[in-house]
Write a protein that binds this ligand. Structure first.
Ligand code: 3HC
Length: 333
């Protein structure tokens, strides 16, 4: 993608001969697929882009637990409850890997969380929708985690080492998340007509927001060109969105469900599905904080952080006590 972007002179992407020697050496390493590590020199813009993207990715994992948390006590069986609990716990772990990856870039956990709690930092639009039925747990696993896998697998090969390595384990666990979601949808579609209708209603509610997860169109994306040049982004927003549609439509057909898009049709020549226009007004409204659940999600996260202050203080007090007793032992020796 980088070469093509430079050729087309896209959005202030400087070519190698326009770069200072240090930056040119950096870019050549990136172009050769050599991982950049935390101790390596990097352009300030590269560091800032990674902090932005990795922290928002981490925020998405943590906030993403909330819509599903709503259904733990309402799961239809002990088995479904334990699977859902395991998935939600995984997401907390994904958030921790990603916050730790972001911290390797010289930013503190408090700064990252401050960005989320102040509303300055984003998290994925998808988590600002309500979960209205058990079928939503299926649709989220199938469509949202399915989309996350499509977006995250390339990140395992991105240029920044700590991010790429964090993604390897995340993707393994995401596969379980997507499978359990599809299994819920399959059970409902093989159930009573009412259960199948629940699954169809959930697909109707989650289909378009899942396509929005991949970000604005390539033409509207302000970060893609540079992120591609730095091999943070290996595929464009539209390429990954198309991959999700092509992969998911046959799955919906297997379930006997109808994708809520009258313009959806298979292009026999390209073997890709053409689909209708995304409602970017809805997308941009959510990014502005005006989605159905934005305020509730943020309020819940801020309350959880405030309620945990005593625990963080206890950990710091314990660590300080450990430090001082270690120092006294060394003095006495
Ligand atoms: N929700 C919220 N904000 C979004 C968004 C979305 N779905 N898509 C794009 N944006 C924001 C971008 O953050 C950017 O704003 P910023 O500059 O203030 O950060 C702006 O819209 C323009 O979008 P771009 O395409 O230019 O921005 P990026 O190059 O950063 O691409 C992205 C956006 C594709 C989401 C990219 O950041 C990315 O791949 N992030 C890593 C993966 C990720 O965060 N996935 C979110 C879901 S995680 C998840 O689903 C957990 C799973 O367990 C369920």
């Amino acid at each position: 993608m980088y070469a093509q972007l430079v050729e087309t002179g896209s959005k202030h992407i400087r070519s190698l001969d326009e770069m200072a020697p240090e930056e040119r050496a950096f870019q050549q390493r990136v172009d050769e697929g050599i991982k950049i590590e935390a101790k390596d020199w990097m352009p300030e813009g590269y560091r800032k882009t990674l902090i932005r993207q990795i922290s928002q990715h981490a925020h998405s994992e943590i906030v993403g637990q909330l819509p599903e948390g709503n259904w733990v006590t309402r799961a239809p069986s002990l088995k479904r409850k334990s699977i859902l609990l395991a998935k939600i716990q995984d997401e907390a772990g994904h958030g921790l890997y990603l916050y730790s990856a972001a911290e390797t870039l010289g930013v503190s956990r408090d700064e990252l969380l401050g960005g989320l709690h102040s509303g300055k930092a984003k998290y994925s639009s998808i988590f600002n929708y309500p979960t209205l039925s058990w079928a939503d747990m299926g649709a989220i696993g199938w469509l949202v985690d399915g989309s996350a896998i499509i977006n995250q697998v390339p990140l395992c090969r991105c240029s920044y080492g700590p991010y790429a390595r964090a993604m390897v384990r995340v993707c393994k666990e995401e596969s379980f998340h997507a499978r359990q979601g599809y299994d819920i949808m399959l059970a409902l579609c093989n159930g009573t007509p009412q259960q199948k209708q629940m699954a169809q209603d959930a697909l109707n509610r989650w289909w378009w927001p899942s396509l929005m997860m991949f970000g604005p169109s390539d033409a509207e994306s302000v970060n893609s060109a540079q992120s591609a040049a730095w091999r943070i982004k290996l595929f464009s927003n539209d390429e990954l969105r198309q991959k999700m549609v092509d992969q998911t439509v046959p799955q919906a057909q297997f379930l006997g469900l109808t994708v809520p898009d009258p313009d959806l049709k298979l292009n026999e020549e390209t073997q890709h599905y053409e689909f209708g226009e995304i409602d970017w007004t809805e997308f941009n409204n959510i990014l502005k904080g005006n989605g159905p659940c934005n305020r509730d999600r943020l309020r819940t996260r801020v309350k959880a952080y405030d309620d945990g202050e005593w625990f963080r203080d206890a950990l710091v007090a314990h660590a300080d006590k450990q430090e001082s007793s270690k120092a006294q032992t060394q003095l006495a020796a």
